[in-house]
Design a protein around this ligand. Structure first.
Ligand SMILES: *Cc1c(COP(=O)(O)O)cnc(C)c1O
Length: 538
């Protein structure tokens, strides 16, 4: 079945976005992991995934009467998971925790093994309860199940693994387990480190320093996550407090950032870290079968009106979903701008509303319509305030602004094929990659974006989308916001709106360029090939 010449890979990730109703994901990291496993299956690569079977998954976020996001945690029963019959044990805080191993192959994905502690024999059955539900000891417990339990599951399943790929620092304790195995067989710390490194690769994500998880070494020791390593040895790997990303960089033979610009940022960010591996850049890609309307790809090569007609079909689909979910009826003839991001301040979801004198006439005349989506983290009041503000805007501009609650894969797919324009305006350089813009681009939805994440690699301004502003980033945050706002309004009024209403032919030409320039370059197939060429085999 698989290609014998390629190294076999175990891919570790906290979350997997495989299907909208399989609530094992929170956001972009999970979507990437889900697409990765589907691409692995399509390309017949010898890859398996390791993850956690979350009892409640991530929040299902509903909006109350007064616009406040409310978190709910329905419990789902998944009847498509196969029981492998394998059970492994991890000692957490000196108590045995049994992890049942499930297998998921349901969604056209490579084999995914999911660990589950929700068993009657466990005192600590809560560990796999909520994805990103907690931060401190609880998070370490979850990461021990993923990392340590994951390696033990691979052993118990009898799978032969050449490369352990940690997607984000969450899986780092798998590296400690690999070292423990070697030290138990007689290696000293240095040798176990060197040898484990040869079989580990690491993908780093967030370019925001505070977004990189760290723990006091005392906490790691108390939880038993050190796997026999001494404090001084832990300090050598991840510093004190122990930084999971730094540990990942020091415990892998090579690591990667998730876009070219992110590669530059990540190398700058971690330049003071000695003994780390090389950080290369492999830009993310998306899975066509999940995100791209093949009708658009086909129509792109035809010289008739079919590209526009197919797009309007997709736009009608989005308008329908909006109506079902909110009762609001959008106008199919008017420019529709989509925006969907996690609700965190640096993504600046509400930037476009900053100056009422500019935006009011555009919205009141329906020259533009805005559809938003995105969840705030359950424990983040700032994020919830952003959601509240977007709901407020929906009330302020009835019929012209929509907020779709509970962003999920279904909403994501509709937004990235049914919008006319995909707006993205984070502060820089904070967007690691961003895959929703890729989905949009391949569906002929024109990107209107800050030059962050993947967009500098694809942007051909005025030909396949637009940049907001330029490469220069004022260091002062308020200045950056003011500069970007001005640039956003300018390109919107000078380019986007006139082209849409007055030069449909040019618009359709841009859609064609957008699809042609991105469909292969930003596919998960290209990404997997690079993972093999530049990380696994290198
Ligand atoms: C594509 C997608 C993401 C990731 O998009 P970003 O551009 O990284 O924000 C997150 N959530 C859902 C539901 C998606 O479909």
């Amino acid at each position: 079945m698989t290609n014998k010449n390629q190294p076999s890979v175990a891919y570790f990730c906290m979350e997997y976005g495989l299907e909208t109703n399989f609530k094992m994901f929170a956001g972009g990291l999970g979507i990437l992991a889900g697409d990765f496993l589907k691409g692995a299956k399509d390309g017949n690569y010898p890859i398996v995934g390791i993850g956690i079977k979350w009892k409640q998954g991530y929040t299902t976020q509903v909006i109350s009467e007064d616009g406040t996001p409310i978190d709910t945690y329905p419990i789902y029963d998944y009847d498509f998971l196969e029981d492998t019959g394998v059970m492994v044990k991890v000692d957490i805080r000196k108590r045995p925790v049994y992890c049942k191993v499930w297998k998921c192959i349901q969604f056209g994905n490579a084999d995914l093994y999911l660990l589950d502690t929700d068993l009657p024999e466990n005192e600590d059955s809560w560990i796999t309860g909520q994805l990103y539900g907690w931060f401190g000891e609880e998070r370490i417990a979850q990461e021990m199940v993923l990392g340590v339990g994951g390696v033990r599951a691979l052993r118990a399943l009898g799978l032969d693994i050449d490369i352990y790929h940690f997607n984000e620092g969450h899986a780092l304790f798998a590296g400690f387990e690999l070292m423990r195995e070697k030290m138990e067989a007689g290696s000293d710390f240095e040798k176990a480190w060197t040898d484990s490194r040869k079989e580990i690769v690491f993908t780093t994500h967030t370019p925001v320093v505070q977004g990189n998880e760290s723990h006091p070494i005392d906490r790691i020791m108390y939880m038993g996550a050190n796997m026999g390593l001494k404090r001084s040895e832990l300090r050598k790997l991840g510093g004190n407090p122990f930084n999971m990303t730094v540990g990942g960089l020091r415990l892998s033979k090579k690591s990667n950032a998730v876009a070219q610009l992110h590669g530059v940022t990540a190398n700058k960010m971690w330049r003071k870290i000695k003994d780390k591996d090389e950080i290369i850049a492999i830009t993310n890609g998306v899975h066509h079968g999940t995100w791209v309307d093949s009708g658009m790809i086909d129509a792109c090569e035809k010289n008739d009106n079919s590209l526009w007609e197919r797009h309007m079909h997709n736009k009608d689909g989005l308008i329908q979903i909006v109506k079902e979910k909110t009762g609001i009826e959008l106008d199919r003839e008017k420019l529709l701008i989509g925006f969907s991001r996690r609700a965190v301040p640096y993504k600046r979801s509400d930037l476009i509303f900053t100056d009422p004198a500019t935006i009011d006439p555009l919205l009141e005349s329906r020259r533009i319509q805005l559809v938003f989506s995105g969840k705030g983290h359950p424990l983040d009041d700032n994020g919830k305030a952003i959601v509240r503000r977007l709901v407020e805007m929906q009330r302020k501009y009835p019929g012209a602004v929509v907020f779709l609650p509970n962003y999920d894969m279904e909403i994501g797919a509709h937004l990235t094929r049914g919008s006319d324009v995909w707006l993205n305006n984070p502060r820089r350089p904070k967007e690691a990659s961003g895959t929703s813009g890729m989905k949009a681009a391949m569906n002929g939805v024109l990107n209107l974006s800050i030059l962050d994440g993947w967009w500098p690699e694809a942007c051909d301004h005025g030909n396949n989308g637009w940049k907001i502003g330029d490469e220069k980033v004022p260091r002062d945050q308020d200045k950056q916001d003011a500069k970007d706002l001005k640039a956003l309004y300018r390109v919107l009024k000078k380019d986007v709106i006139p082209t849409y209403y007055k030069n449909r032919e040019k618009w359709i030409g841009m859609m064609r360029n957008s699809i042609r320039n991105t469909k292969d370059e930003f596919s998960v197939d290209r990404m997997l090939k690079e993972y093999y060429d530049l990380l696994y085999s290198a």
